[in-house]
Design a protein around this ligand. Structure first.
Ligand code: NAD
Ligand code: DAU
Length: 344
């Protein structure tokens, strides 16, 4: 029997990286291809434990590069595509939107075209709850799959655009697709520009924590391991053409998140620094995951168990994030926050 070929784009990043490791472990009978362009967010050191496995393959490629992607698909004839590769940081999209359109919109279209040419079993497009825009602070309101798309940042607008292309390739060409829209992930290998790993890594170095605005914005936190299980379920059981929201009812204000980490590490709240708000900062995200639960998914982490596991992981794996924050990333950090906390 020929082995199923699974292409994971963005498998050197945070969620894609966790997903590659999950798939290698769970499906030794599959061939896993990790395709990644290795931008600033891509890092292969996380795969040292699996890179010698026979069923793991790495391909360095830019998803926008049609001349490379089409022949690659024709050569390998992938069965499954799980598409994570993207520019993912909202702050970067505010200062440099163009690259978000390039990768998230054009790159997705190139992959769809390649998938259409070879015929595939399933294309799972990993999207975000941010495409729905923002909710107000009424705790009884949630994003469902029927919530209209009203993206507010260049990042979420580029993701919403890619969702529409995926939908169109299903409607027009019958491409077997699913779109998943998840809330904020956290867990191992989260890049330290995002709130939770930024807070943990800076606290471990006794550095100030920048909180945008008044810290009352709410996010709905999802452990990356629970997210991997959800994508696996959608890949194998999702009804073609359907959208599935992924979230675990773990709403917290940013201030609550930061204070939880501060207390867990035994640090002082004086390290909190309120800084200028993010432009267009969405107030609240909250997911209604009923549809995915009906497919059979249930998260295993509460925020309390997940954040404790994550903090411990960052303590145990300081070498991983220290090599990141000491390099090119430091230049980004200095520019993003310079006037606010670096001078204090
Ligand atoms: P990430 O930034 O950690 O990783 C992105 C990966 O994509 C990197 O390895 C990078 O090298 C690769 N990449 C970027 N541009 C590329 C290109 N042109 N060609 C090939 N590879 C390229 O992102 P993440 O946080 O792991 O997010 C993965 C996906 O999940 C994204 O599509 C994102 O929109 C979505 N998502 C993320 C979250 C979250 O909380 N992190 C929540 C909802 C949805
Ligand atoms: O909701 C899903 C989205 O979650 C994903 O689609 C994005 O790829 C992912 O980056 C994440 O977006 P957010 O903007 O919500 O995540 P971030 O970690 O950047 O910020 C979380 C919250 O914390 C947000 O309200 C902004 C705030 N924040 C963030 C940073 C980096 C701060 O207060 N200070 C900071 O320094």
């Amino acid at each position: 029997m020929t082995r199923k070929k699974v292409l994971v784009t963005g498998g050197a990043g945070f969620i894609g990286g966790n997903f590659v490791q999950y798939m290698i472990e769970k499906y030794p009978e599959y061939e896993i291809y990790n395709l990644d362009g290795l931008t600033y967010a891509g890092d292969l050191t996380k795969h040292r434990g699996i890179e010698t496995k026979d069923n793991y393959h790495f391909i360095k490629a830019d998803i926008v590069d049609y001349e490379i992607i089409i022949p690659l698909f024709e050569k390998h004839k992938f069965d499954y595509i799980i598409h994570f590769a993207a520019e993912s940081h909202v702050d970067r999209s505010i200062t440099d939107p163009g690259v978000f359109v390039r990768t998230n919109v054009v790159g997705t279209q190139v992959l769809l075209e390649a998938a259409k040419k070879i015929g595939i079993t399933k294309f799972v497009h990993v999207s975000t709850d941010e495409v729905y825009g923002e909710l107000d602070f009424d705790p009884t309101t949630f994003f469902t799959e029927d919530t209209p798309l009203q993206p507010n940042s260049p990042y979420s607008a580029s993701k919403a655009s890619s969702d529409l292309l995926v939908r169109a390739y299903h409607h027009t060409y019958g491409l077997p697709i699913n779109i998943t829209r998840c809330s904020n992930n956290y867990g191992p290998y989260h890049f330290p520009e995002k709130l939770i790993p930024l807070t943990i890594s800076r606290l471990l170095n006794e550095e100030k924590i920048p909180i945008y605005g008044d810290g009352q914005n709410i996010r709905d936190w999802l452990h990356v391991f629970d997210h991997c299980v959800a994508i696996d379920l959608v890949l194998h059981e999702g009804v073609n053409g359907e959208v599935y929201n992924v979230g675990g009812h773990n709403e917290r204000t940013n201030l609550e998140v930061v204070k939880t980490i501060i207390h867990s590490l035994g640090k002082s709240e004086e390290l909190i620094e309120f800084v200028t708000d993010r432009l267009g900062h969405d107030k609240r995200y909250a997911i209604d995951p009923t549809k995915l639960e009906q497919l059979g998914w249930k998260p295993t982490y509460t925020f309390e168990t997940g954040i404790a596991q994550t903090i411990q992981w960052y303590i145990d794996n300081n070498a991983w994030w220290e090599q990141i924050i000491s390099g090119q990333y430091q230049k980004y950090f200095d520019k993003q926050y310079s006037l606010e906390i670096l001078k204090k």
